[in-house]
Design a protein around this ligand. Sequence first.
Ligand SMILES: Cc1cc2nc3c(=O)[nH]c(=O)nc-3n(C[C@H](O)[C@H](O)[C@H](O)COP(=O)(O)OP(=O)(O)OC[C@H]3O[C@@H](n4cnc5c(N)ncnc54)[C@H](O)[C@@H]3O)c2cc1C
Length: 393
Amino acid sequence: MNYDLIVVGGGILGTFHAYWALEQGKKVLLTERDERPSMATIRNFGQVIPSGMSRGIWHEFGRKTLQTYKEIQAQTNIGIRQNGATYFASCPEDFQVLCETHEYYQSIDYPCQLLTPELAKLRFPHLKDGYNFGALHFPEEVTAEPRTMIYRIIEFMQQKYEHFHYRPNTPIIELETIGDRCQATDSWGNTFSADFAIVCSGADFRTLYPKVYAESDLMVCKLHMMSTYPQQKTVLHGSILTGHSIRRYGVFKDSPSFKDLPPIQDELSNKFEYNILFKQAIDGSVILGDSHEYVPAHQAERLSIDSDETIIQGMVDECKKVMDLDDWRIQYRWNGYYAESASKSIFIEDIDERIQVVNGIGGKGMTTACGFAHHNIEKRWKNLPEETDSICN
Ligand SMILES: Cc1cc2nc3c(=O)[nH]c(=O)nc-3n(C[C@H](O)[C@H](O)[C@H](O)COP(=O)(O)OP(=O)(O)OC[C@H]3O[C@@H](n4cnc5c(N)ncnc54)[C@H](O)[C@@H]3O)c2cc1C
């Protein structure tokens, strides 16, 4: 079959490029190297939090993502739960930044609610008293179940769109423009042809266009993650974020008082870059994380293959300062990897006028990839004006 679009990579970025092209009535082939996608899209927290994104277009991409997940969830169960996101202040200075952020979101009509320490304790009885300086709550935000969501979305697309072909076990090893078509070849020797191709191959920097990646500023980030056994009693609602997130996430950096935040000083921060986050999965287990370790994309092999017990234990100790769980035993540990540009919000490279590489969305892909892909596909087929600068910066 002659396709309008070939998408390489069945993670969240590739799948939603396919989705939006299908919504425009295009014939689409989505190819996935593995039997099932198994990389960043499967290994993450599942926090869908436009509230944390930088002001402007990335927040908008988050809102489009939120709306689309809810629309799909209304048609079939993809595991999306509207259970909100809450940022807990670790000190009075954090709360001041949350107050300013609350004011900003009110000015752009994004629903949020400031919680006094009393209200925070009422809604989150497991919050430690020593970590209760107030909170900012976003009732519209959702959590996803990353271990299953992408499989369910692809199944949904297979049922809904006649012109959608999904090919797992199809590693594309060559992709080039020949005449007025682009041609993809997989490792089995099959070839596929389309008007246009988009490559969303995540942290695989060796198979397609290794030179492009080697010359880019793309980094690969390794994260340590863990989850507890299902809790017997503890119930945590939605995405839980902390003072670490207030220091890391784009939106807070625009607060006038951001510059007054005291650095978080603990033993772990002196050794590793990390964030403290919680999310309770549907089975009652609590996902905890995460640590961040970066190397240039073309040197990904430099990252240790091991899980470091010092990091795991250090993060559990930090989590214990924030919440009381009834069971802190760790059932699973895993590593996740994502690609991130050192200088831009996303990496976009036009190989030629028919082949585009889109990668390096970093730690915000579950929140923004769907919205970004919507914009990218509309731009191609509806000839929207180029806004690459505001998107990439
Ligand atoms: C531990 C962790 C926690 C995170 N938590 C969150 C969170 O809570 N909220 C949030 O918004 N974001 C989060 N993220 C970020 C988010 O998961 C990523 O931004 C997103 O999943 C990246 O999606 P992707 O499609 O670019 O890459 P991937 O998910 O890596 O997908 C790329 C796919 O391409 C396939 N592929 C590669 N090469 C080829 C080829 N040649 N041919 C065919 N297929 C190929 C791969 O097999 C893979 O399935 C987290 C990430 C990690 C690692």
